[in-house]
Design a protein around this ligand. Structure first.
Ligand code: SAM
Ligand code: SF4
Length: 469
């Protein structure tokens, strides 16, 4: 692969962002209310508006922002939470990202790449637990070429096991060239996710001292190349803790605006993981810009309001109580029952820790997470219907098309949830889940719709599977 950044210009205006964070401090309540109202009217915010929200320190105003984000989520997206699992394919890596357990200089990392047979077994283990959606994760290494990635994705899709199969595979891997992105696209991936880690170029250079990832512009331009290759379902992200989190949120917003302006489509998802402790990785013991729980909640709410149309991903890096709380502020997807060691789902052993990228905050099983979601009034969803029915950009449609959520998303969430309950759930989850489905059915106002969801749920009970609208 030829790493060529000739003609690529950064769209991150560093000095402007720093200045905005300062100049937008102490916005009066009336302005904060106006900004929230603009977002509730389904408008993406401008950087100065996001900066004003980020700079709020007054506790009552912060509360207003949290409530605004909650209202936006409820109004537009309802109470569904999409579930997925990460599948680590290989942890070989030629980069030296100081915060990552897979970095080349980490002698404590036990290197592993799944063989074809191991990948099949990992997929079977995930299918057996009820998963339908995966994100496949790779270190950056010549072994993990676009052809290799494509082949591993095909293996996962081809693995039918007992009561199910994986129906959507997203990717988190290094950015490649346009030809490489075409190869990966050709096997029918969902989202291609690349995190910029930090949008602050100087910090980026320090924390990525060697390897292809040390090239800030190559990474920043990665999703542009993906778009040019025809992948328009993209995930952006920043790793919180490397630099000022307010700067990173504005970086994410500028990236969003750049994609909108250049390609007419913003990001499908935004991720904002915090740094977690990693084996053999001193940097993670005390990240230079550690984000507190309070600030984390605030940043989740500000991202929700800033880009109302995007999906927001919260991972099991975060502890359970915080996860449960921030679900309210606009999260649309979480992973559950996750293992992040290569080969851990089917063969966890003493050495697993050494094959993991970092340590998880939430280690509940998928069934436990589902039980708690149902108890909390959320509908766990494994829906993949838009992607499979060729309705691309589904998150945007949920946002933009009036009635879309009621017509497709909620019914499909209920159907995939009932599929899980019939095939995979524990007794207590089954009971809580059936109750939730009854409550949700009663909420469907349109009688024809309610009748047709009820009929499909009945077909599920009789043994039919994979039904969707
Ligand atoms: N190697 C590819 C890359 O760097 O883009 C893709 C996979 S990498 C394993 C996925 C993400 O994990 C990185 O983009 C980074 O944000 C995150 N990550 C790395 N170290 C982490 C840590 N200690 N805690 C939390 N997240 C971490
Ligand atoms: Fe490699 Fe990705 Fe880890 Fe960096 S974050 S060391 S590129 S696996």
């Amino acid at each position: 692969m030829n790493i060529n950044t000739e003609g690529v210009k950064s769209f991150i205006p560093t000095a402007t962002i720093e200045a905005l964070i300062e100049s937008q401090k102490n916005a009066p309540e009336s302005r904060i209310r106006e900004i929230i109202a603009k977002s509730l009217d389904k408008n993406r915010l401008e950087p100065e508006e996001t900066a004003a929200l980020l700079s709020v320190t007054d506790l009552e105003l912060k509360q207003l922002i949290l409530e605004g984000a909650h209202e936006l989520k409820e109004r537009i997206y309802g109470n569904r939470i999409v579930l997925f699992a990460p599948l680590y394919v290989g942890n070989e890596c030629v980069n030296d990202c100081v915060y990552c357990g897979f970095r080349i200089s980490n002698k404590e990392c036990l290197r592993a790449t799944l063989s074809h047979e191991q990948l099949v077994r990992e997929t079977q283990s995930l299918v057996e637990r009820g998963h339908k959606r995966l994100i496949m994760v790779y270190g950056e290494h010549p072994k993990y070429s676009p052809e290799f990635i494509a082949e591993t994705v095909q293996t996962v899709y081809a693995t039918k096991y007992k009561k199910g199969e994986i129906r959507r595979v997203n990717i988190n891997a290094a950015p490649v060239d346009i030809e490489g992105f075409r190869t990966v696209k050709s096997v029918g991936i969902g989202t291609y996710q690349i995190f910029q880690e930090t949008y602050h170029e100087e910090t980026y250079r320090k924390l990525h001292p060697s390897g292809p990832k040390s090239n800030f512009l190559w990474r920043l331009d990665g999703l542009d190349r993906a778009m040019k290759a025809g992948i328009d379902d993209l995930g952006i992200g920043a790793l919180m803790g490397l630099y000022n989190w307010k700067f990173e949120v504005l970086g994410l917003l500028y990236h969003t605006i750049h994609l909108e302006d250049t390609f007419g489509v913003g990001p499908h998802t935004i991720s904002f993981p915090r740094i977690e402790p990693a084996n053999g990785t001193e940097f993670t013991e005390k990240p230079p810009h550690q984000v507190s729980d309070e600030d984390f909640k605030h940043l989740v709410a500000v991202i929700r309001l800033s880009v109302p149309y995007t999906g927001m991903i919260l991972t099991a890096r975060e502890p359970i109580a915080l996860r449960n709380e921030v679900l309210r502020y606009g999260i649309s997807q979480i992973d559950a029952g996750s293992s992040i060691g290569v080969g851990d789902y089917s063969a966890k052993d003493e050495e697993s820790r050494k094959k993991s990228q970092f340590v998880l905050g939430d280690t509940r099983s998928l069934d436990d997470v589902i039980y708690e979601l149902a108890q909390g009034g959320y509908i766990p969803s494994f829906c993949t219907s838009c992607y499979r029915a060729g309705r691309t950009g589904e998150h945007f449609m949920e946002f933009a098309i009036p009635g879309f959520v009621k017509r497709f998303c909620t019914p499909n969430a209920l159907l995939t949830f009932s599929e899980y309950l019939h095939d995979f759930s524990s007794e207590r989850t089954l009971k809580a889940g059936l109750q939730l489905i009854d409550n949700e059915l009663a909420k469907i106002e349109d009688e024809t719709m309610r009748a047709s969801v009820t009929a499909k749920l009945e077909e599920m009970k009789q043994g039919k599977r994979d039904l969707y609208f």
